[in-house]
Design a protein around this ligand. Structure first.
Ligand code: GLA
Length: 409
């Protein structure tokens, strides 16, 4: 019995030893406690499309350098309001080399009724704003275009009446009106000289908008014409020649200068401006250039070339390019602003080409304002900067930077 029990115990011991060696039953892997972070599986190829390379910011460029490279001045019209904000003043100083008073040198602003009545002669009196702007121009070395002496508009009615008073209802005669015209023109140039401003002026619009698209002289609401007669312009230019300092070139300025019969009317007119010794009484033609993106530049340059062939200086004097057409304003969408940029590009390109070849004698190029919200035609968004003073494709068009001027649309 004892022997049998011992055998049983030995057999059980052997079975336990075999089990402990694990040959038959796999030992479970002890669970480890994970204390480190799991390393993420490396990402394979990116699934999103590659980010496009951002369009580079246009390089900084200033209008005065662009025009200076062609020996031209570049100008803007000026108001005291534009000088009251340092940011606007800085834009003008950085970009422009010439100014034209938007209003403050027009006849309405420089003739004193009270003093004329007292003196019994027409009296020119410079206004505060004009003086402020001329002093500013002098301080900043700006050249000035004079605008304007003889015009049917923005001219006080009382200058045409007896005793300088339209209430008399009695208009003066041709002889008296010619005397007043001479005195007025003489005083403007004398006073500019006395006040030390004359040297800044390089051009003066002696007459503005005297011809119509049908080729006739403007007669409606034009008291200069009504009282003096058809030769009133000849007298205006001969007085201006008599009194203007030699550095101030005498201009005739008009709008719609490329339209219908205006080019031939203006051409015929300037040919009559000759004194009895055969000397010319005029030096240049001012093209206002209040244009639209729908205008034909072929037609425009045909007129420019025609004026230029007269041997006179040609200046762009009031440029703005409205979106659309006169009675069909277009909105300032990206596409329309791009079209405007291309228009400005082509216009300035055609001018630079002619100036560089020597077929166009243009020394100055003036825009009628610096940004859309201050423009007299703001509903057409016609200028180079928008209402927030941001540069439009038009700005780059003028600067001849084609890649930013609306060609990529
Ligand atoms: C015309 C005149 C300018 C000015 C504009 C409107 O073009 O010549 O002086 O009055 O109209 O701002």
């Amino acid at each position: 019995m004892k022997k049998g029990l011992l055998l049983c115990l030995i057999a059980a011991f052997l079975v336990c030893c075999m089990a402990a060696c694990g040959k038959t039953t796999p030992t479970p892997v002890p669970t480890q406690t994970v204390t480190e972070e799991v390393t993420p599986t490396p990402t394979e190829e990116p699934t999103e499309p590659p980010t496009p390379t951002p369009t580079p910011e246009p390089p900084t460029v200033y209008l005065k350098d662009v025009f200076g490279a062609h020996n031209m001045k570049v100008g803007t019209c000026l108001t005291t309001q534009m000088l009251s904000m340092p940011a606007k003043e800085q834009i003008i100083l950085e970009n422009y080399t010439s100014v034209t008073m938007e209003n403050h040198m027009k006849p309405d602003y420089i003739l004193s009724q009270e003093k004329s009545k007292e003196a019994g002669d027409i009296v020119v009196e410079f206004n505060r704003d004009m003086i402020t702007m001329l002093d500013w121009a002098k301080e900043h070395n700006m050249a000035v275009r004079g605008h304007t002496l003889i015009w049917y508009s923005q001219t006080p009615q009382w200058i045409f009446y007896d005793n300088f008073d339209s209430k008399t209802g009695k208009k003066v005669d041709r002889k008296v009106m010619l005397k007043r015209m001479e005195s007025y023109i003489r005083q403007v140039f004398e006073k500019l000289t006395e006040a030390g401003y004359a040297d800044m002026f390089y051009a003066y619009d002696v007459a503005n908008e005297a011809w119509m698209e049908d080729g006739k002289m403007r007669s409606q609401m034009n008291l200069w014409y009504e009282i003096i007669g058809e030769d009133y312009l000849w007298y205006a230019y001969s007085y201006a020649r008599k009194y203007a300092p030699a550095n101030i070139k005498l201009f005739y300025n008009d709008y719609n200068e490329q339209m219908q019969k205006k080019p031939e009317a203006i051409e015929a007119f300037v040919k009559t401006l000759v004194d009895d010794k055969g000397n010319s009484l005029i030096d240049g033609i001012g093209l206002q250039a209040h244009l639209y993106t729908s205008d034909s530049l072929t037609q425009y340059f045909a007129a420019v070339d025609r004026y230029s062939a007269l041997g006179l200086i040609i200046e762009i004097t009031e440029l703005d390019v409205g979106l659309g057409a006169w009675q069909s304003i277009k909105k300032a969408t990206d596409d329309n602003l791009a079209a405007q940029g291309r228009f400005y590009y082509e216009l300035v390109n055609g001018i630079f080409e002619r100036v560089d070849k020597g077929t166009l004698n243009m020394d100055s190029f003036t825009l009628w304002g610096i940004n859309d919200s201050a423009s007299w035609r703001q509903e057409y968004s016609p200028l180079l900067l928008d209402r927030y003073f941001k540069k439009k494709p038009a700005f780059y068009g003028v600067c001849q930077m084609k890649e930013y001027a609306g060609f990529a649309q």
